[in-house]
Design a protein around this ligand. Structure first.
Ligand SMILES: *Cc1c(COP(=O)(O)O)cnc(C)c1O
Length: 400
């Protein structure tokens, strides 16, 4: 048995099989590259589902973490700590909002948004107690808690987890007419991803986000944008909503906010919305801890300059031009996305998404398939143009 086989067999024996990882065992990583236990190198074209926008072992983020590790890592919110105020103020400013509610994982940010919207609905909008409803989109991915899978349309994510949380209405993504029909006097929020990542990097039709903004404003409903995967530079802007000049009422952030170092998520909104919470009504032991704040503050500082957004725009144009050529040659069926983010539908005659991913792995490129014959490409934003081109060469070779 090789070291790889041994470690995979052991992992399978002692961990729940809720994932089906590619057969590679990573031992170290730097920038856009990972090295496995046998010393083989791989180009990371997934970047932890955008949690690694700034690359592996980013010097600034590691330094910020180390510095904080030597001072204080956890206080709980029972006490103040000296990194909290600046993190919240700078993140709020980056978002053009007034307040931040920090949590840890993306799912917790979504749960927090559901609670925020319902409480806002009862206290501010005046919805009768117990009747608040939230409109969501089909094929969404917002996380894995029991409430969140209650409004998933993916049978794999939902089956056997009932009874499900009520209060959600599901409409087709990108369909403004259906959204208009679904909004009632009891609707407190529309919760959508501005680009649906897990569904295959689905970009809504032009004007959709604008339409959602206008409709929610007219009807007195919160527009909650789940930018956990699409936000923080990935699409070439700080937020994917910016591509349509849209500002939602609530941003949900996660993944890249923790710089690939620690889990950090946040709900960001104005005081009219997040001001609904009183002490004791919501919380998290680890949310907003000093280590998380130190790393996330550095992430915010890196995004303030616009350099990563600019990089994602430039490299993204190149990526989409190259993928467009592949589509033109008939080797791929469709390409979608924005910035350094692409969903690529491969002709099923080349194999399933999983098979393509395995072939790419053999050539030293790591990607992740989504449904059917779709793979997604989302390398760290720090990837060099040469490495990106090399990765695309491997994709071309696999497709013959
Ligand atoms: C990953 C993701 C989540 C959930 O985040 P976790 O940290 O895995 O809980 C929610 N929404 C979107 C859009 C995501 O991509």
């Amino acid at each position: 048995m090789t070291a790889t086989e041994d470690l995979i067999a052991s992992a399978e024996a002692h961990s729940a099989h809720n994932y089906h990882p590619l057969p590679v065992v990573v031992a170290s990583a730097e920038g856009a590259w990972m090295t496995d236990v046998e010393g083989r190198r791989y180009l990371d074209m997934l970047a932890g589902y955008s949690a690694l926008n700034f690359g592996h072992g980013n010097q600034r983020l590691i330094e910020a973490a180390k510095e904080q590790l030597g001072r204080v890592t956890l206080t709980s919110r029972a006490f103040h700590h000296d990194r909290f105020a600046e993190f919240c103020a700078r993140l709020a400013r980056l978002c053009g909002k007034e307040m931040v509610l920090p949590m840890n994982t993306g799912a917790e940010a979504v749960e927090t948004a559901v609670k925020t919207a319902r409480k806002w609905g009862y206290r501010v909008k005046g919805v009768p107690e117990g009747r608040a409803r939230i409109v969501v989109a089909a094929n969404n991915f917002h996380g894995r808690t029991t409430t969140i899978v209650s409004f998933s349309t993916d049978p794999e994510a939902r089956a056997d987890y009932g009874p499900y949380t009520p209060g959600f209405d599901i409409v087709p993504f990108g369909d403004l007419g259906a959204l208009r029909d679904a909004v009632t006097e009891d609707t407190v929020a529309v919760l959508i991803e501005p680009i649906q990542g897990e569904a295959g990097v689905l970009v809504p039709p032009p004007g959709y986000l604008q339409g959602v903004r206008e409709l929610t404003r007219e009807r007195g409903v919160l527009f909650v944008a789940d930018e956990i995967q699409s936000g923080l530079g990935r699409t070439g802007r700080t937020f994917a909503c910016e591509h349509e000049d849209v500002v939602p009422d609530v941003y949900l952030l996660g993944k890249a906010l923790g710089g690939g170092v620690v889990p950090v998520s946040a709900v960001v909104a104005d005081a009219e919305v997040l001001g609904v919470f009183r002490p004791g009504e919501h919380g998290s032991t680890f949310g907003g801890n000093p280590l998380a704040c130190a790393v996330a503050l550095e992430v915010v500082a890196m995004l303030e300059t616009g350099e990563f957004q600019q990089r994602a725009t430039e490299l993204g144009e190149h990526l989409h031009a190259e993928l467009g050529l592949l589509a033109g040659s008939g080797k791929v069926v469709a390409v979608r996305g924005r910035g350094l983010w692409a969903g690529v539908d491969i002709d099923p005659s080349h194999g399933t998404g999983r098979e393509i991913s395995e072939k790419l792995m053999e050539r030293g490129v790591l990607v992740k398939d989504t449904h059917g014959s779709t793979i997604r490409i989302a390398p760290p934003l720090v990837i060099s143009k040469e490495d990106l081109d090399w990765g695309l060469d491997q994709l071309r070779s696999v497709l013959g």
